[in-house]
Design a protein around this ligand. Structure first.
Ligand code: ADP
Length: 457
């Protein structure tokens, strides 16, 4: 039996920040992951590959807006080359992570699967057999996986895993695609393909697309989505069939059976936390999100932590990184909580074309009249006009009595970047006065943040 100070189950965004922090403090760390590489599903099949595609399509979209200015001919995208670009970005980042690991004495990464035997003992199954470790601290960071519902024909569908993994399943642009699921993964994917020219039909079971996000923000986005994307809500998908190599999707809409043929069907109905074997039998508790933790990231064992998608509180990479560091700080403090994660103030971006981003409280959560709103329309923004991307807005939400910032959203231009600035203001407890007097740079979209605040005065 080997001894380590910290054993991380997984090597994704919830694991490696803690691993590096503890190693820096002189501790011995072992990360275990069946991928045998650092950075989890974000780099393998999530944020990075999907954004490698998204940003290329956004460039194409941007060029299209300039056709009237004399760009000769029609700009086209070579889909196979686009996938190669995505693969190259992934390969480059894997190489970078390998170098980072090699330069970090004190951290070992083992290619294998971890199982909890008791509250301090972990078995690691690998090609070489099974090793057993005794760990002073355990960080469960096993992430999440695509949820595949018991839908007849589910095996005929692709998932985000198939679309975005290295050497993805799709190497040519389909003519017709049906996407089952109107969450952010389904909608992002729908806009990438629709913008490239695929006829996309998106089927959503419930009434709302991006359920859980503020309807007023979502409605603004829906009005801006690319032509070629058809959305059907309140439908019940019945089955997916194979018809001579093509797919046929059958759904119920108000009791009526409708079917559509497609080259590709994408199943995007959510993700579920991956609970390592043995966790429940040693008494680790689950709740409706995943492994139950408080903001200190401790499970019911003070030395066993669960960070990132596996606790399901904020299943986003950057939230996992922050949670990982919180767990590390609390381990270094002898498992006495000294640092806490904030599950409520995390920027969220839906990287559709165009994108939306939000943070903190928005009107639908706060209730009518509870927030003072200040907005800025991109129609009047210099950069938006320069780029011919004049749709959308920046909107800020303040507590009426104190003018303290409580939340905000961006629909459209630079949404994924601007939310960082609003998030920083929120985390710093800034008020509309503070934001209004900051000299945001002209002519960049960020000037809309202070202009929105100034619109209150
Ligand atoms: P997070 O962002 O929360 O770190 P990810 O899903 O990106 O989540 O990463 C979790 C990683 O954990 C994945 O690479 C996954 O393969 C790995 N993993 C899942 N279960 C186990 C296990 N039992 N042992 C080791 N690694 C695991």
């Amino acid at each position: 039996m080997q001894e380590v100070d910290l054993l991380c189950i997984g090597a994704g965004g919830a694991a490696y920040p803690a691993a590096f922090r503890l190693a820096k403090a002189g501790r011995q760390v072992l990360m275990v992951d069946p991928k045998g590489v650092m950075s989890g599903n974000c780099l393998y099949e999530g944020c990075v590959p999907s954004k490698a595609i998204r940003e290329t399509v956004a460039l194409y979209d941007g060029l299209e807006r300039f056709q009237s200015l004399g760009l000769q001919g029609k700009v086209t995208v070579d889909f196979t080359a686009l996938m190669q670009h995505k693969d190259a970005v992934q390969a480059r980042r894997y190489a970078q992570h390998t170098e980072e690991l090699a330069a970090a004495p004190g951290i070992q990464l083992c290619k294998g699967v971890a199982r909890l035997l008791d509250a301090h003992t972990v078995a690691v199954d690998s090609d070489k057999g099974t090793d057993t470790y005794r760990a002073a601290h355990i960080l469960i960071a096993s992430g999440s996986d695509v949820f595949v519902p018991p839908l007849p024909g589910a095996e005929l569908c692709l998932t985000s895993h198939d679309l975005y993994k290295p050497s993805p399943a799709l190497q040519s642009l389909p003519e017709q695609m049906v996407i089952i699921g109107g969450g952010y993964i389904g909608l992002e994917t729908a806009t990438f393909f629709a913008r490239l020219g695929t006829q996309v039909t998106l089927l959503q079971k419930g009434e709302r697309i991006l359920a859980g996000m503020d309807p007023a923000m979502v409605n603004q986005l829906l009005a801006l989505l690319p032509a070629g994307l058809q959305i059907h809500t309140n439908v019940e998908v019945q089955r997916v069939e194979d018809r001579a190599g093509r797919r046929q999707v059958v759904w119920l809409d108000q009791g009526q059976e409708i079917s559509r043929a497609a080259d590709v069907v994408v199943l995007a109905v959510g993700r579920h936390p991956v609970i390592p074997e043995g966790a429940e039998s040693i008494g680790i508790e689950l709740d409706r999100h995943g492994i139950r933790v408080g903001p200190d990231l401790q499970t019911r064992y003070p030395h066993i932590y669960a960070a990132g998608d596996v606790n399901g509180r904020v299943p986003l990479f950057h939230a996992a990184v922050r949670q990982s560091l919180v767990a590390a700080h609390n381990m270094l403090a002898g498992d006495v909580p000294t640092d806490y994660a904030d599950f409520t103030q995390v920027p969220t971006t839906v990287f559709t074309l165009p994108a939306v981003a939000y943070i903190g409280l928005t009107p639908s959560k706060a209730g009518p009249g509870a927030l003072l709103e200040a907005s800025y329309l991109f129609a009047e923004d210099a950069r938006a006009q320069i780029l011919e991307q004049r749709e959308g807005e920046i909107r800020l939400f303040f507590e009426p009595d104190t003018l303290r910032l409580k939340g905000g959203w961006i629909v459209g231009l630079d949404a994924g970047s601007l939310i960082g600035q609003i998030g920083t203001a929120l985390a710093a407890g800034m008020t509309a006065y503070d934001m209004a007097r900051f000299a945001d740079q002209h002519p960049m979209s960020a000037e809309g943040v202070s202009k929105a605040a100034r619109n209150l005065f």
